[in-house]
Design a protein around this ligand. Structure first.
Ligand SMILES: Cc1cc2nc3c(=O)[nH]c(=O)nc-3n(C[C@H](O)[C@H](O)[C@H](O)COP(=O)(O)O)c2cc1C
Ligand code: SF4
Length: 353
């Protein structure tokens, strides 16, 4: 391996290797209160024991009305801090750093009435959904909820936060000029909503606290993705975790001859323009492939998502040259429905008794 097990720094945080576990919500592990449960603490403990350089906790909602499902972990009230602390303590016992992804669903929230930067009608989970534009007052309230959430994250012991700025959700809706057609300053400058949140988080958290962002490479085009990356770098963002943006209104792209996926291409092109650490993601199966991507593209970190759900010991097994298992890329990931039925996990456990 050339790069996979090299250490690196994110802001002042030491990260022992280039493997990040990206955020992954697992439904039905808490209830409508959004309070952390034992099974969630043990899930993160197990993943941390598996040797990744960094864990980014699943999308954790900053307002109850912004949730993507009725069993999403919350960080919208102080009472939630104690449970979140149990996760950070369990992960830190292994020496692994952990960030929490802070999230608001916007039109992709599960509530019947949702909000968006502008009035919109779009496909959400297979059905057409209408959403109304946020008023100025509501917009500022949600920005404040993100900052409150980051402050709680610091109190709960996280090493940093990742703003969920992609995958169709609220910040992605602001950044995408085909979704955000407001005719105020937040429409004229699609990054402003997130920029003001970052500024407020910096005011309220110590200098050592990491503030990163998961950002769409194509939002709606790669040129926009690069622009956003440069804007957030200028604001002092500590890392950019590159994925897809508002999917139904974006233009993913890669040259025909490019050997990896469009998402990896997007991350590579963004990394050429910025100096902050850039993460890439998407169906990275083997340690060899992960190492090749790091070497060939110049990106700094690879996300191993479903690979970690199949085998929480993925990073240790990769380092020791053992079978890491493989995600079978099912059409619908069973971890959204019934993790016990994950065929990759079942196969991995059968092969490694
Ligand atoms: C069960 C599940 C839940 C996910 N939840 C989140 C989430 O909370 N936040 C997020 O940004 N991405 C989420 N994702 C996307 C993953 O972080 C990752 O980008 C995706 O699985 C592709 O990477 P992989 O091929 O390594 O799994 C989720 C994916 C899965 C399978
Ligand atoms: S359920 Fe399928 S897609 Fe999800 S982690 Fe398991 S093998 Fe991969």
């Amino acid at each position: 391996m050339n790069k996979l097990f090299n250490s690196m720094k994110i802001r002042n945080l030491e990260v022992k290797n280039r493997i990040a576990v990206p955020p992954m919500v697992i439904y039905n592990r808490t209830d409508d209160t959004g309070y952390v449960t034992d099974i969630q603490v043990e899930h993160y403990r197990k993943i941390a024991q598996g040797g990744p350089g960094l864990i980014i906790q699943e999308a954790t909602c900053v307002e109850k009305d912004g949730r993507l499902c009725d069993s999403q972990i919350g960080i919208w009230e102080d009472g939630q801090i104690e449970g979140l602390k149990r996760i950070t303590n369990a992960v830190h016992e292994t020496g692994t750093p952990i960030f929490v992804q802070i999230h608001h669903g916007g039109v992709f929230g599960f509530m019947e009435e949702t909000v968006c930067p502008s009035d919109i009608q779009c496909m959400v989970k297979g059905t057409m959904k209408k959403s109304r534009a946020l008023t100025g007052l509501e917009l500022h309230r949600i920005q404040n909820s993100f900052a409150d959430a980051a402050e709680r994250a610091y109190k709960a012991g996280y090493d940093g936060v990742e703003l969920h700025g992609c995958h169709n959700y609220l910040i992605s809706q602001f950044l995408n000029s085909r979704v955000n057609v407001r005719n105020d300053e937040y429409g004229n400058n699609p990054a402003l909503f997130a920029l003001e949140i970052i500024r407020e988080i910096r005011k309220r958290t110590p200098d050592s606290f990491v503030v990163g962002m998961r950002l769409g490479a194509f939002e709606p085009t790669l040129a926009d993705g690069i622009d956003h990356a440069l804007i957030f770098q200028a604001e002092g963002i500590d890392f950019l975790n590159i994925s897809f943006g508002f999917m139904q209104l974006s233009d993913p792209f890669k040259p025909d001859s490019y050997p990896f996926t469009d998402l990896i291409y997007g991350a590579q092109e963004i990394r050429k323009q910025v100096s902050v650490p850039v993460f890439t993601v998407g169906e990275i199966i083997s340690p060899e492939q992960a190492d090749e991507i790091l070497t060939a593209t110049g990106v700094d970190m690879v996300d191993i998502g479903r690979g970690t759900l199949v085998n929480p010991n993925w990073a240790n097994d990769a380092r020791n040259g053992k079978d890491t298992g493989a995600c079978l890329h099912c059409k619908i990931c069973m971890w959204r429905i019934n993790p016990e039925k994950c065929p990759g996990r079942i196969r991995y456990e059968r092969n490694n008794k």
